[in-house]
Design a protein around this ligand. Structure first.
Ligand SMILES: C[S@@+](CC[C@H](N)C(=O)[O-])C[C@H]1O[C@@H](n2cnc3c(N)ncnc32)[C@H](O)[C@@H]1O
Length: 210
């Protein structure tokens, strides 16, 4: 647990999340919903770039929500301890961006589909679903080269743990192309970008009537 929270406080972790911030910034700004927000790193990054943006971070883990609230010193973000299944916004509160960072790739195929179906149910009609996942790489030795390219911190040891722990599941996710299959099933447009120095994949789903 503390390894993960240390990781999210590092410059390398911000670099990992940065493509999502850029993607949200490049489109019309509406409500952003961050599913499985953890300690709230992404909402806090977004708020720094866009002080007026409306963001909701949800996570079923009370410890994570407590940590997120603690980090949000100005109390600018709405943090909710719940899952997407119990989240029901009104019509005018439908999010334009629904984000899953480092989360869907940990679930089973059935759970992934359930999450996407639920996300589509509440998404703004011109909205998008952004999914950021580690790509996985067995060449863990590369971490010794890359780590010097990120802002220095003693907590950068977490980068080595991350490389190791996401390597298998990340490769599995990239190979299975679950979201491409789901896009086909739900008639969505699918786009993907390889980001974070080829260490992560950002996948974007949109209703095809846009
Ligand atoms: C690896 S962390 C990622 C945290 C954050 N998105 C980030 O990138 O820093 C995964 C998070 O997903 C949350 N989570 C697990 N299952 C979930 C579910 N069904 N719905 C929402 N969040 C969930 C966990 O509590 C955890 O905080």
């Amino acid at each position: 647990m503390f390894i993960f929270t240390h990781a999210t406080q590092c410059g390398w972790y911000s670099k990992f999340l940065e493509p999502v911030v850029l993607e949200i910034n490049s489109g019309p700004i509406g409500i952003t919903l961050d599913i499985g927000t953890g300690p709230g790193t992404l909402p806090l990054m977004l708020k720094q770039v866009h002080p007026t943006i409306s963001i909701i971070g949800i996570d079923p883990d009370p410890q994570m929500i407590r940590l997120a609230k603690k980090q949000d010193k100005k109390q600018q973000i709405q943090w909710l301890q719940q899952t997407l299944q119990t989240y029901a916004p009104s019509k005018i509160e439908r999010p334009r961006n629904i984000v899953f960072c480092s989360m869907l790739y940990l679930l089973t195929e059935k759970e992934i589909e359930k999450q996407i179906r639920q996300a589509l149910h509440i998404l703004h009609k011109e909205g998008q679903i952004l999914v950021l996942s580690p790509k996985g790489d067995f060449r863990i030795w590369k971490a010794f080269i890359y780590v010097w390219q990120y802002p220095f911190s003693w907590k950068n040891y977490t980068y080595f743990f991350w490389k190791f722990f996401v390597s298998f599941r990340g490769r599995f996710w990239t190979r299975k192309k679950y979201l491409l299959k789901i896009a086909d099933k739900f008639n969505l447009t699918y786009d993907s970008k390889i980001v974070f120095q080829r260490q992560a994949i950002l996948e974007i789903l949109k209703p095809s009537n846009q």
